[in-house]
Write a protein that binds this ligand. Structure first.
Ligand code: ATP
Ligand code: MG
Length: 190
């Protein structure tokens, strides 16, 4: 069985994340995709949204997709959220499965900077969805852990969603309706 792991700040989750996960799921015949909101990102500033809000929005976004699931594995862990630790935990938990980390091409460009990179790619494979405005890197695309996903992701980012909210513009069709409703109800990103 193949289990996909889609990590991110999800600050907030948007249709670009969901579409990337769906493209990878379909292309690679992944049984289940775990959405893992980052706890404490080691390489960037803390998310604006609380852990609870970001987790809630992931749950709202994936409801109705029987193969998508939210995971709190990074939120319940103290210290910086290193991908290697998350993948190690998940690979022990799902020892019979092949883990596939799903990333956008912008995140993939920084893959070499990830902690214990060689160990990481011994525990999982890395599926890359190309993201508009980000070049696919020259990182050994012949390596057995590398899985390019055919097609192009949607031109949507959380930054774009937060900027729209700040400027009082609509976020309809950038995020699922229940996520927009949650943001509105909680007054997030104003
Ligand atoms: P921000 O603008 O705050 O950086 P983001 O939209 O880039 O947010 P992240 O939570 O940083 O979202 O990204 C989590 C993962 O999802 C990363 O691997 C990223 O490359 C991927 N991703 C995000 N948006 C897209 C998209 N539109 N298409 C493909 N992959 C995406
Ligand atoms: Mg990003």
């Amino acid at each position: 069985m193949k289990i996909g792991v889609m990590g991110g700040s999800f600050d907030p989750i948007h249709l670009g994340h969901l579409r990337a996960a769906e493209m990878a799921r379909e292309a690679l015949e992944i049984s289940r995709v775990l959405f893992v909101p980052v706890g404490r990102p080691p390489h960037r500033s803390l998310p604006l949204g609380s852990d609870l809000d970001r987790f809630a929005m992931v749950c709202l976004a994936i409801q109705g997709h029987e193969r998508f699931q939210a995971s709190d594995v990074e939120l319940v862990r103290a210290g910086p959220s290193y991908t290697i630790e998350t993948v190690s935990i998940l690979s022990r938990r799902h020892s019979d499965a092949t883990l596939i980390l799903i990333v956008g091409s912008d995140a993939f460009a920084e893959v070499r900077a990830w902690k214990d990179f060689d160990h990481l790619v011994s525990l999982c494979r890395v599926a890359v969805v190309s993201r508009p405005d980000s070049e696919m890197e020259e990182v050994a695309p012949t390596a057995s852990w590398f899985l390019p996903v055919p097609g192009e992701g949607l031109p949507i980012s959380s930054t774009m969603v937060r900027t729209s909210l700040k400027e009082g513009r609509s976020i309809r069709y950038l995020v699922p309706d229940p996520v927009a409703a949650h943001i509105e109800k909680r007054g997030l990103y104003r």
